[in-house]
Design a protein. Structure first.
Length: 280
């Protein structure tokens, strides 16, 4: 692992020790696979965190598709940014789902048809606080302004997760879906003329996600948003280095040398301010 002071901690790790925490979105991998194969580099390393359960596994916090692409390319090792679960720069927030091209009435009927859940009309506009306090499955808003909160039959973590997956399964293949942090349905109506609705998810704690993944449970696709500061981006590490028939110790030593060369050649730059990238 890198020891260079003040840089994000980078390491080359076994791909088979990477553990996902969300269902896989099959539509996103083929394009990324072709980009990685064509470029010959891993542009942005996934963010991973050790489980500390004596299995040597790492939870992939961000970069699940990049991790799967490495596996599809037949690589046994991957470059990752490693953070501890209690790192002060690590944060977990929910993504919301904006849905379109599914009739709102069909969406509503599909949701209310889920056995054992309660679908309660919700007039509260402070949706984020409501979700934290009551721990429902989710809240959804329809284009006409009607809102509903969904409650599972019991509040234990596994039950909530199972019903949350059932809920998302009801629409993920029927509607088109984007992730968003917006909660303003009126604003979304202007962006999505065929708006179905907005789904607002509750917050999970980092330790809950790590426990669930370690026990073999997956959250619905596109519902968690891990962020880390500082973040290693545009590393562009050569796949040729990752694919060499050498051990982890030697590969990490080569990574250390490569990083030192990048620093010596002024190839590493730190941005303290929030940044928008237009070359992704």
């Amino acid at each position: 692992m890198t020891k260079i002071r003040d840089l994000p901690l980078l390491a080359i790790l076994p791909v088979d020790k990477m553990l996902l925490h969300e269902q896989h979105d099959q539509q996103r991998s083929p394009h990324l696979l072709e980009n990685v194969r064509t470029s010959g580099v891993l542009r942005n390393p996934p963010i991973v965190s050790p489980l500390h359960d004596r299995t040597g596994r790492y939870l992939v916090l961000d970069g699940a598709h990049r991790t799967l692409v490495m596996q599809q390319l037949g690589l046994v090792h991957i470059l990752a940014q490693v953070v501890e679960p209690d790192d002060p720069g690590l944060a977990l927030n929910p993504w919301n789902h904006v849905l379109w091209e599914l009739a709102p009435g069909d969406f509503q009927q599909s949701v209310t048809g889920i056995p054992y859940i309660d679908v309660v009309p919700d007039k509260n506009t402070n949706s984020g606080l409501e979700l934290v306090n009551k721990q429902p499955l989710a809240r959804y808003c329809l284009p006409d302004g009607e809102a509903y909160t969904i409650y599972p039959p019991t509040s234990d973590l596994i039950t909530r997760l199972n019903f949350l997956n059932t809920f998302v399964d009801r629409y993920k293949d029927q509607a088109r879906l984007d992730r968003t942090n917006l909660q303003d349905v009126e604003a979304l109506r202007k962006l999505y003329p065929q708006l179905t609705g907005l789904v607002i998810f509750p917050r999970f704690r980092i330790e809950e996600v790590m426990y669930l993944a370690g026990a073999g449970y997956l959250l619905p696709t596109g519902t968690t948003r891990f962020t880390i500061s500082p973040r290693a981006l545009h590393v562009n590490y050569p796949l040729a280095e990752l694919s060499k028939n050498t051990g982890l110790e030697e590969k990490n030593a080569q990574l250390q040398k490569w990083l030192q060369e990048r620093l010596a050649n002024k190839g590493v730059r730190y941005y303290a301010e929030a940044t928008f990238l237009f070359d992704e």
